[in-house]
Write a protein of this length. Sequence first.
Length: 119
Amino acid sequence: MADMVHMTGIIEWNIAANLASLAQAQGQSGGIALFLPLILIMVIFYFLMILPAQRRQKKVNEMLRSLKNGDKVITNGGIYGTIVGLEDDAVQLRIADQVKIKLSRSAIAGLQAEPAKES
């Protein structure tokens, strides 16, 4: 009889341990399921916001590196000019006859669009 009580206690303990491990496994998968929408939002945010911004910045950096004398540019301040001198981190612009200014390369917004030729 004592053996039967001891055996029943062992079986109950095994069942309790199995239920606890099952509950723990369900809790872990529930935790992952909770973070799945957050991970999905982060992936969408990366593809819609971060990746296009990186591509745009790469194009701007390439344009700034490829500047040369004679290029017609627009500054971030809206000044139109022609590059007459280049340094490592600065450019010299001619904005009018006998008027030159020195700007940081990062102040260049872009190249001027070529005027449309009429036929």
